[in-house]
Design a protein around this ligand. Structure first.
Ligand code: MTE
Length: 328
């Protein structure tokens, strides 16, 4: 195992996630260039294209650099098949297999995202504009679902902060609300009243601006599969997976803490913050351990869940002094 350490957390180097011939080719390229790889800030920013092997199921979405944040040496990428066949996307049904079966009816073009509320530059942004707003990065993040499973995904996207900076929030913007698509013609699950549609989520402004918060357009070097939230979704790696809204159509900057769909549905079980926390149990089950999709079999010993899903060094200070049992 070869990994690099800085600031107390571990970066997986791309030799572990890239086919060997691609890695060697890239290394030759890098050696020919100015020099070594600079490690800065949140991850290793590589000037060359850094891609995991493409499964070839969707169009390619190349990242221009790789910022591999906090993927631990023990983390193996979850196979593409598991990431794309075991999903929560209730707009297409509540069974884990439903999104892969039914999301084919989702139309991802044309697609726009409305930016509203407390911003100096509100407006409707086209997906093609959003794709070009900032260089695409490959980021390997763990995603821990509130139900007790987790996965390790090579996402492609850029920090949500890049978009936020462009639209210039006003001083009144204290929270950000994320509204996802709700169209009965495309989404068969909407006929069931499981949630109050559209699916809405929210973050505090500092959480939304945190560089780890990713606006993701793809995974495994390709365009986002529909069942995973095409054409763009949020990924907030230190929070339970449900905070990562799929198929976003609206981002609204607001002054007051917005209600989220899960809070509205079951307030005693789902709070606004929903940070991954092994010490705070869900009222109906423990959150101390998790099962890794495609890796830990049903009867295998579960792995311990890490505080803030392992991203405590990067995000812990956002919650300094807060009682995380109260603000769950
Ligand atoms: N976004 C929308 N629009 N609808 C959903 O039902 N489910 C959430 C989240 N985003 C959901 C959503 C939940 S509970 C989880 S765990 C993650 O998406 C799952 O993402 P994945 O299917 O890519 O693993």
């Amino acid at each position: 195992m070869h990994h690099l350490k800085d600031r107390g957390y571990t970066h997986l180097v791309s030799s572990e996630i890239t086919p060997r011939h691609v890695y060697l080719q890239r290394r030759r390229l890098l050696q020919g260039a100015a020099g070594g790889v600079a490690l800065a800030g949140l991850g290793a920013l590589r000037p060359a294209q850094a891609q995991v092997a493409r499964p070839g199921q969707q169009a390619a979405l190349p990242a221009v650099r790789s910022a591999v944040a906090a993927a631990m040496a023990t983390d193996k990428l979850t196979p593409y098949k598991d990431i794309t066949t075991y999903n929560n996307f209730y707009e297409f049904g509540t069974d884990k297999a439903d999104p892969a079966k039914y999301a084919g009816s989702l139309r991802t073009r044309p697609w726009t995202v409305a930016i509203e509320g407390e911003v100096k530059k509100p407006g409707t942004y086209d997906i093609e504009t959003l794709l070009k707003l900032s260089p695409m990065e490959e980021r390997i993040y763990r995603l821990r679902c509130v139900e007790g499973w987790s996965m390790v995904v090579p996402w492609v996207g850029y920090s949500l902060a890049e978009l936020i900076r462009k639209v210039e929030p006003t001083g009144n913007a204290k929270f950000v609300q994320f509204i996802t698509l709700a169209d009965r013609a495309q989404m068969p699950g909407l006929s069931q009243a499981v949630l109050d549609w559209p699916y809405v989520e929210g973050l505090r402004m500092d959480e939304a601006l945190h560089p780890l918060t990713l606006l993701a357009f793809g995974l495994y070097g390709e365009v986002m599969p529909k069942q995973n939230g095409a054409p763009l979704r949020l990924v907030v790696p230190w929070k339970y997976g449900f905070k990562s809204g799929k198929s976003l159509v609206k981002i609204r900057f607001v002054e007051k803490q917005p209600k989220t769909s899960w809070e509205a549905a079951i307030p005693e079980e789902y709070g606004f913050y929903s940070n991954v926390n092994p010490k705070v149990d869900h009222p109906r089950w423990s959150q101390a351990t998790e099962r890794r999709l495609g890796e830990d079999g049903l009867f295998a010993k579960k792995r311990p869940t890490l505080m803030f899903n392992g991203y405590e060094a990067q995000v812990g200070q956002l919650y300094a002094g807060m009682d995380l049992k109260k603000f769950y």
